[in-house]
Ligand binder design. Structure first.
Ligand code: FCB
Length: 468
């Protein structure tokens, strides 16, 4: 461990957590969650525009318009990032702006991202661009979406179009954000777009998303050889409720397989985990794998993005009644239990030690790869105090605890190089609509006024001190 990273305490016992020089401090967003302007400059529908129209699919019938109107207010938002001292900004590019309908390139869509990227660079903020954060063109869904292998090739064309315009100046590209959500929430439980509840379709989607990732990496290598490239996965530590119970341990193995290893193993080791191949045989996993796919999928990466929110504690009692459409294909009787930790406004337990466990697990179980926490954050019911400030102490505590865990991972030898808070701004939280506020910057959805919360000031100080 580099000496400067060691935690130190002063004469009053105040511990300082210093991060390694060059540690990347950022914040993250995603196109559909912030941009709005869903029908302008040639953009067409994504699966999320369509899903929002489905009665009952999204809380309060909320939609992606106007979201936080970032498409028109990006200059103000970049100024805000500069005020907070962000070193990097992770955002996603909207496929339906760049290749509406999955077809011809729309230069006006690319113009927007070019303006955004150039402004970030002018402000000394590194643009970290994600090609796919869930907004598949609806026209491609109508041809089968991620169940159709062809979607991966259409993705590669889209990536090529983006690289043709921006490949010379974006330093870091990520192919996909959380393919677990796209596949399982989108096609198995149906709580996300496109809202399908077909386990076999979800399994096909897993492979085609991974193939898209592999094709995307090949495109970055060919067109932007100086850039770094990777993928972002949402990883969860999974614990058996009773470690002495074979049924609970079995549930933990399956949930870990479906949540984590089914993506980690092909990407970092070049093969699906043998137990998942067996588990998913009835759902056709191997039918989709063609010669050469796993070589593409496991092409060397420069970084792995880890999104961490919480862990799972599971019970596998065989007499648990099976649930309705579930993300846990072939394990619908598994139950997710509370560990008793406090909850965020999303009902998610606050479990900072799980971040340390997750980072150490990837570090120990997989070939060496630089890690970045590409998302971590919490929704709380923020309220304005009389003086017009938002004292989101709970979010500061959340950040503090997770940054301690991140720092502990570095002290334990994990090659962790960056942290991105989710999210810069309050925004459209998918099926939860605008009800959950994750931002360090508050957005008034009526006036679009941005107000940095106290957590934003706290985080800005961490960034300027490279520690806390
Ligand atoms: C992640 C998503 C991100 C955001 C956070 C809260 O799963 O990647 O878009 O919704 O959860």
């Amino acid at each position: 461990m580099p000496e400067e990273v060691r935690s130190t305490s002063d004469s009053e016992g105040v511990v300082t957590h210093r991060f390694p020089p060059g540690f990347v401090w950022g914040a993250a967003t995603a196109a559909f969650q912030i941009e709005g302007s869903t029908t302008v400059d040639g953009r067409t529908d994504s699966i999320w525009d369509e899903f929002c129209r489905r009665p009952g699919a999204v809380c309060d019938g909320d939609t992606g318009d106007p979201a936080v109107d970032h498409y028109r207010r990006y200059e103000r938002d970049v100024a805000l990032m500069a005020e907070l001292g962000l070193g990097a900004y992770r955002f996603s590019i909207a496929w339906p702006r760049v290749r509406p309908d999955g077809g011809e390139v729309n230069p006006r869509g690319l113009d927007f991202y070019e303006r955004l990227v150039d402004l970030l660079l002018d402000n000394g903020i590194a643009p970290w661009a994600t090609f796919y954060h869930w907004d598949l063109p609806q026209a491609l869904e109508e041809r089968g979406g991620w169940t159709n292998r062809d979607t991966a090739y259409r993705f590669a064309e889209y990536v090529d179009a983006v690289l043709g315009r921006l490949g010379d100046r974006v330093p870091v590209w990520t192919t996909l954000n959380e393919p677990w959500c796209s596949a399982f929430l989108g096609y198995a439980s149906g709580i996300h777009a496109p809202g399908r509840t077909e386990p076999r379709a979800a399994v096909a989607a897993v492979h085609h998303l991974l193939l898209a990732h592999g094709l995307g990496i090949a495109a970055v290598r060919a067109q932007a050889p100086a850039a770094d490239a990777g993928v972002t996965l949402n990883l969860f530590p999974v614990e058996a409720a009773d470690p002495d119970s074979p049924a609970d341990r079995e549930a933990a193995r399956i949930v870990d397989g479906l949540q984590n290893r089914i993506f980690l193993d092909p990407v970092l080791r070049g093969a699906y985990p043998a137990d998942m191949v067996e588990h998913l045989a009835p759902y056709g996993l191997t039918e989709h794998i063609q010669d050469g796919d796993l070589e593409l999928i496991s092409a060397p990466l420069d970084l792995l993005g880890v999104n961490y929110y919480r862990g799972h504690m599971v019970s596998g009692a065989p007499d648990n009644a099976p649930q309705g459409p579930s993300d846990w294909i072939g394990a619908e009787h598994v139950r997710f239990l509370s560990t008793g930790m406090p909850l965020t406004d999303s009902g998610w337990e606050v479990q900072p030690p799980g971040l340390l466990d997750t980072l150490i697990r990837v570090h120990q179980d997989y070939p060496a790869i630089p890690l970045h926490i590409t998302e971590n954050g919490a929704a709380y019911r923020d309220v304005f105090a009389d003086d017009g400030t938002i004292r989101d102490v709970d979010r500061i505590e959340f950040l503090d605890a997770h940054l301690r865990a991140a720092h502990a991972a570095i002290e334990r030898g994990v090659d962790l190089r960056g942290y991105f808070y989710w999210s810069l701004l309050d925004n459209f939280e998918w099926a939860e609509g605008y009800a959950k506020r994750f931002g360090i910057v508050h957005v008034d959805y009526t006036t679009q006024v941005r107000t940095p919360k106290q957590s934003a000031r706290w985080y800005a100080k961490v960034i300027s001190d490279n520690g806390f």
